[in-house]
Every structure is written in C-alpha cells, then in structure tokens.
Ligand binder design. Structure first.
Ligand code: PMP
Length: 355
C-alpha cells in the first residue's frame, strides 16, 4: 500500500470527514458510503480509461472466486478456450471445467512456463464463448506486454483477462478486452475486494445455477450493492485510485506515470540480475513481469543465508513461491524505486561477500 494512503486512512479511521463514523461503521446504503462508492468508481474509470460501454463491479470472492464466476456468467455452457501460461491460468482452466467445456488453446508447459506462446499459434475454436488468459502470472513472473488482438486472429470471442497481480500498473487496451477481473490485494487495497470490468453485452447470459450474488447482471443492476459490498476495501481502493491519479513521472500523470516508474524499477532489477553470474532469472526477455521478479542464486545452498541477511537489511518477503523455489521480488505499484535500489544494493553486497 502507498504510505500516503495508509496515513490518510489512519487519520480518517475514527471519524470519516466529520460524519461522526468510521467507514467501517457506515450503512452501505447511507449517503456517506454512497459518496465513497461513486467516487471510487469514477476514479477507477478515469484512471484506467474504462469506456462507457463497460460496467465496473465491486465484488467479493477474489481471483479464485472469479475462476468459477466467469464461466458461470459467460460460458453459456461452453466451449471456452484457455491460454495456459503458468500456475494461475492452470487453476482457472481447472475450475472452469466444473461448469463448461474448457479447452486449451495454447500452453507454455513444455518450456516450464518461461515464455509466452505466440498468439498466431493459438488454437481458438470458432465456437469459443470466450478466451481466458492471465495477463500477469504472479508465481512464474510472466507478463503479457501487449494483449492479443483476438479479432486479428480471426476470433469473435471476447477476451477475459485475470489482471489480479498487475492491475493499475499499466494502461489496458479495452478494445481487446471483454472482461477483466482482479483481486484488489496486490495493487489496490486490502484483500476482500474483487474488481470486475465487463463489457455491457456480456451481461445477462448467466447459467441458471449461477448464484444471484455472483450474477454480473444482478450486481450491475444493483450498483454493486445486491449484497453488502466490502465497504472498507472499496474505501481503501478509492484512496489508492486517487493516489494513483495524482502520480507524476517525467511529464506524465496517473497510470502512464505509474507505468514509467514500474518500467524503471523492473529494468533496474533485471539489468542487475542479467549482469551477474551469481543470480539468474530464466524468463524470456520479452515477457518478464514488471511486478513479480523470480530469481535464483546460482548456488542454492546459499538461499537461507541470502534470506536471513535480507531480513536483517529490512528486505522482507523475498522467498520464492514453493512451487518454483528460489526468490521472488514483488515490486508492486507502491514499492518505490528506492526500495528496488535497496534490494539491488543488498544483492550486490551479498554477492561480493560470498564469492
Ligand atoms: N490470479 C492471480 C494472477 C493471482 O496472483 C492470485 C493471487 N495471488 C489469484 C488469481 C488468486 O486470488 P485470490 O487469492 O484473491 O482468490
């Protein structure tokens, strides 16, 4: 979380702007929370340049919940096509199989999820209700630097993206997207809020078994208040949207400024790793994630020493995901360039003292 956002939330914790209430104590149908919700939605729409023919929904259930909610709403029973690029798209595909015929249009499993299959090679069926991909594979450290243009590939299917772990780190080309979903807890706010951005024509096709609270049309018709929304999460995300809109970098503002900062942060870390034989990153250069940087020590017997020295230096949560091993630096929006510089300084010093 950006420190400025945490400070503002702390200052407003007991009494939100003279209302006499904490946001946590407000009725979600009261006028105060109505202001917070409307502001959050309009700030997110402005920040990500979401076109008018898309709905923004504030939901619950997280990314894994959406793995079921998307096929329940969009598959019409299937078939649907998945592009497998790592752990999260594998999970999405597996869950969708419970609700529809979920196929695999392309996969990078053969190379250990280290590169992206070329869109021109994807086997998208003419009958696919949608195509699903994960635009940033958090665990594997793989990111689509550009979303595929399905229409140019001859497909009429809407593209569904799981942008959980890089939402608001870069602009989104909405002309290529039918639906985007993401948990808030990486770049936007506390866990418990899920953002869904969905094109209007995709609403209203849910399977009969779809729970009402997860039917996108029901949620949209009720302005994300069919059931009690995660009010605290929406408030915190709203503060983050405002913080993001205010960011400037090299003459740019908002999401474009954030993108430049994220490019600079990632370049600093990848350049250092590539320039060293002590550390390595195995992901193909054209799809390396700007948010999640997995790396390995060439001599893995030093992993524990690396992690404990990092902790002492105030560099936390660097242990890689258990399915991949090694290290992982998560350098989300709120991580400043100085934080990445501190990591690189530590890595350089650790290398110097261990060769
Ligand atoms: N998709 C991606 C890309 C993720 O990174 C995560 C969480 N790390 C999930 C889905 C699952 O999200 P949740 O835990 O909110 O269900």
């Amino acid at each position: 979380m950006p420190e400025a956002v945490l400070r503002q939330a702390a200052a407003e914790m007991l009494d939100w702007r003279g209302s006499g209430m904490s946001v946590m104590e407000m009725s979600h149908r009261g006028k105060e929370f109505g202001v917070i919700l409307a502001q959050a939605e309009s700030d997110l729409r402005a920040l990500l340049a979401v076109p008018a023919h898309f709905h923004i929904l504030f939901m619950q259930g997280g990314g894994l919940g959406e793995n079921a909610i998307v096929p329940l709403n969009l598959s019409r029973g299937g078939p649907v096509d998945f592009v497998i690029t790592g752990s999260w798209s594998i999970k999405s595909h597996k869950e969708a199989q419970r609700y529809c015929a979920a196929r695999i249009a392309a996969s990078n499993a053969a190379d250990g999820h280290l590169s992206l299959p070329e869109p021109a090679t994807w086997q998208i069926g003419g009958d696919a209700a949608y195509v699903h991909l994960c635009s940033n594979e958090t665990i594997n450290g793989i990111e689509f630097q550009q979303l595929p243009d399905l229409a140019a590939l001859g497909s009429k299917a809407p593209l569904v993206i799981d942008f959980s772990s890089h939402v608001a780190s870069r602009p989104v080309d909405w002309s290529r997207v039918g639906l985007a979903f993401g948990g808030a807890q990486k770049n936007l706010g506390p866990a418990g809020l899920t953002i869904v951005v969905v094109r209007d024509d995709l609403l209203g096709h849910a399977l009969e078994i779809c729970p009402s609270a997860f039917n996108y049309k029901t949620v949209a018709d009720n302005q994300s208040m069919y059931n009690t929304p995660p009010t605290w999460g929406i408030y915190m995300a709203g503060l983050t949207f405002q913080w993001l809109r205010e960011q400037t970098e090299g003459g740019l503002t908002g999401i474009e400024a954030m993108e430049q900062r994220n490019i600079a942060k990632a370049r600093l870390l990848y350049d250092f790793i590539d320039g060293s034989s002590f550390y390595l990153n195995k992901v193909a250069a054209n799809c390396r994630s700007r948010m999640n940087v997995p790396f390995f020590l060439a001599d893995e017997s030093r992993n524990d020493a690396f992690l404990s020295g990092a902790r002492t230096a105030g560099l936390l949560q660097l242990k890689g995901h258990k399915s991949v091993g090694g290290m992982r630096a998560s350098i989300y929006n709120a991580m400043p360039l100085e934080g990445v510089q501190a990591l690189v300084n530590y890595m350089r010093e650790f290398e110097r003292s261990h060769v």
